[in-house]
Design a protein around this ligand. Structure first.
Ligand code: HEC
Length: 170
């Protein structure tokens, strides 16, 4: 199913994202971040879907503590994740976006996580991070490269030991 959706996006990347989205809810841009690479995701972030209806965002940026390398962040979660906190595992299409902030208060980037497969483990999550105008430092599923070694290697500890959260989400 994913490769079919990717072809749809490839055929119409010059058009507005919403107009190109496959009709099924799984890839509704109002609900989930696209998982078709940095260009598409950056356009989705700029369009502000994650702050629109159905998502829930923290009121203001706040400092992170403990394990977090993210500094000051403001996190938003999508309608699939909302209300699923008590479930043993996050449903497919659960997603989070964090805005990253500099000490000056200026926004400096984003991180994104989206669960896209029902299987267990890091590979069922899409991981993305960009900051300070540099090329994305993570962009892909967590079975290899930076999404595995930089993102999920830490997020896998959510809910273990003294860490809050569960299922890769703190
Ligand atoms: C050393 C540990 C660590 C690493 C490495 C790390 N994170 Fe996080 N991340 C955290 C912690 C802890 C939080 C919760 C911060 C808070 O809410 O105060 C978090 C929060 C998040 C959130 C919001 C959802 C949640 O779990 O609360 C996203 C999205 C996210 N990180 C993405 C990423 C991505 C993408 C990468 C890799 C580029 C990454 N993280 C690397 C520790 C880490």
């Amino acid at each position: 199913m994913r490769s079919g959706a990717r072809r749809v996006f490839a055929a119409c990347t010059a058009l507005a994202l919403a107009a190109c989205a496959p009709a099924d809810l799984d890839d509704d841009p109002a609900v989930v971040p696209p998982v078709f690479g940095a260009d598409v995701l950056q356009r989705w972030l700029a369009a502000g879907f994650y702050e629109a209806g159905g998502w829930m965002c923290e009121a203001a940026p706040h400092a992170t503590a403990g394990l977090s390398p993210h500094g000051t962040i403001r996190t938003c979660k999508n309608p699939v994740a909302l209300g699923a906190e008590a479930a043993a595992d996050w449903p497919v299409d659960s997603a989070w976006v964090t805005e990253l902030y500099a000490g000056s208060g200026a926004q400096r980037g984003f991180t994104v996580m989206r669960r896209s497969e029902p299987s267990a483990g890091s590979a069922s999550w899409y991981w993305f991070q960009e900051a300070d105008g540099a090329a994305p430092s993570a962009d892909g599923w967590g079975f290899e490269g930076p999404p595995l070694t930089d993102c999920s290697a830490c997020h896998v500890t959510a809910g273990t030991g003294a860490n809050p959260g569960h299922g890769f989400v703190f």
